[in-house]
Structures are given as structure tokens and as C-alpha cells.
Ligand binder design. Structure first.
Ligand code: HEC
Length: 245
């Protein structure tokens, strides 16, 4: 009886993951959590372009500086725009009531967004804004339709426009596919922009679990110890049993 459900599950699982992404193909973020320079560049982008609206209320500037190898004076001078001390949390000055008036909703805290949305979603989202005159913000987003967020990185990326084509599936049904095309270039080339977003997502992934790097490093050490211990234990066993036989 139970076996009958298995094929059903196998069919459902990909369908569910697709549904979570709204049916849009997600590009791979390919982040490198061990690359400290990428994390530093990501932190810089984050405080410059995101922290004015979104808070990262679970993160302290001090901890970020320590983990990313940035000294306290540099953090205070280059990465803190709200004043205050480095021991403070990365909160935001915007009043929630103002935010609702401006954007129709309060920009969510981004501390753990990489865990709820996933890095591939974030990477695709930040590269999928396109011009849409019907929206108050003048933009829309492929992976987050009718999003309230303006295209805050337009200066770097430039403006994209949607190109709609109709493709025929193998069974003959027609399907509309929306692709984005760069209409006006920004300060960065498409390749440079992808790299910048990769850095930013790398930083958001770090922020979502700052201890991940240490946890992984510790895990490797524990496994190494267990392997060495296995050899010692085996040799001891041989030594003990030598006398018994
Ligand atoms: C001008 C204000 C503003 C800035 C600056 C801004 N955002 Fe947003 N963001 C918003 C608003 C408003 C929403 C909520 C959108 C909605 O629910 O329709 C949002 C939503 C999001 C979401 C989706 C959250 C969810 O619901 O899962 C992500 C991710 C995000 N922003 C990331 C960023 C990043 C990264 C930056 C910096 C590059 C940034 N935002 C800069 C206003 C802003």
C-alpha cells in the first residue's frame, strides 16, 4: 500500500520546488563562503544599498568586522552610516509607518533571509528587476511579481526590459517565456554586476549563520580526530588480543 505513494511523492517533489520559486528558473549563486574578500565587498554593498530600508537586527557591526577581518576603525568609518558604536546591532533608522506610506509595506529584516529564501533565489531576485510603467516604483521583478521594492541597484546594473517570446513544448502546447534584456547599461558590465550580486548574496548567507564557517572547520577537525583515534583504537585492540590468543 505504502509503495503506491512513492511515485506520487517523486512526481510531487520537483513540482513543489518549482512552485516555491513561482515557476521561474533560478540561477545558481555559486557563492564562496571562504572568500573573505568577496564577503567584505558584499558587506560594503549591503550597508551602502540595503541598510537604509532593511535592518539586519540580529547582526552586530563588531561581530561582522571581526569575522570578516575588518578592523574596528575601518568598520566605524566606512561601514556605519547611522552613527552609534560598533557594538550596536545593524538596525535601520526608517520609521515603520513611513515605510508603509512609501512602499505599501515594511521592508523585512534581512538577517536570516538567506535561510528562508535560499541563495539562488536571492541571486536571481537581485538580477531580475525590469522596467514596468504600470508600477508606482517603475519596476517589477520576475521572481517576486509586483514587489514593493524599488530597483535600488539600477545605477550598477542599468535598466532591463522584458522580452516575451512564445515557445512550443514537445507536446505542442504554447507557452510564454519572459526574458530580460539590458536596455540601458549601468556602471558595471553584466559580468561585473553578477559578481557584485554574488558577493552581496555571499555576505547575506554569512549573516544568516555567522557561525557556519567555524562550525564546518570544527566538523573537519572532529572527523580528523576520529580517524586518528580509529587507528589508535585498532592498534590497541590488536595489542590486547595478542595476549588472549
Ligand atoms: C528603498 C527601500 C529599499 C531598499 C534600499 C532595499 N529594499 Fe529590499 N525591499 C524593500 C521593500 C519595501 C520590500 C518588500 C517588498 C514587498 O513585500 O512587496 C523589500 C523586499 C526585499 C526582499 C524580499 C523579502 C521577502 O519577502 O522575502 C529582499 C530579499 C530584499 N528586499 C533585499 C534587498 C537587498 C539585498 C537590498 C540592497 C541591495 C535591498 N533589499 C534594498 C525596500 C527596499
Amino acid at each position: 500500500m505504502k509503495k503506491r505513494f512513492l511515485p506520487l511523492l517523486l512526481v510531487l517533489v520537483p513540482a513543489l520546488t518549482l512552485a516555491a520559486a513561482g515557476g521561474v528558473h533560478l540561477d545558481k549563486a555559486n557563492i564562496d563562503p571562504d572568500n573573505q574578500q568577496s564577503l567584505q565587498r558584499g558587506a560594503r554593498l549591503f550597508v551602502n544599498y540595503c541598510l537604509s530600508c532593511h535592518a539586519a537586527g540580529l547582526m552586530r557591526y563588531e561581530r561582522m568586522g571581526h569575522d570578516l577581518g575588518i578592523t574596528e576603525p575601518v568598520v566605524a568609518e566606512n561601514l556605519m552610516f547611522t552613527g552609534g558604536r560598533v557594538g550596536e546591532l545593524m538596525t535601520v533608522a526608517t520609521d515603520p509607518d513611513d515605510a508603509v506610506e512609501w512602499f505599501g509595506t515594511v521592508p523585512p529584516d534581512l538577517s536570516v533571509i538567506a535561510r528562508s529564501r535560499g541563495v539562488d533565489w536571492l541571486y536571481t531576485y537581485l538580477r531580475s528587476f525590469y522596467k514596468d510603467d504600470s508600477r508606482v516604483t517603475g519596476v517589477n521583478n520576475l521572481v517576486f511579481p509586483d514587489v514593493g521594492m524599488p530597483d535600488v541597484l539600477w545605477e550598477l546594473q542599468g535598466w532591463q526590459k522584458p522580452v516575451i517570446t512564445t515557445v512550443k513544448d514537445s507536446d505542442g502546447t504554447e507557452r510564454k517565456v519572459v526574458e530580460l534584456e539590458l536596455e540601458e547599461p549601468g556602471l558595471l558590465s553584466p559580468k561585473e554586476y553578477d559578481r557584485a550580486v554574488r558577493d552581496l548574496v555571499n555576505f547575506m548567507d554569512y549573516m544568516a549563520e555567522p557561525g557556519k564557517h567555524d562550525r564546518r572547520a570544527l566538523g573537519v577537525k572532529v572527523i580528523m580526530f576520529l580517524l586518528v583515534f580509529l587507528v589508535v583504537a585498532y592498534l590497541m585492540k590488536k595489542e590486547f588480543w595478542k595476549d588472549v590468543h
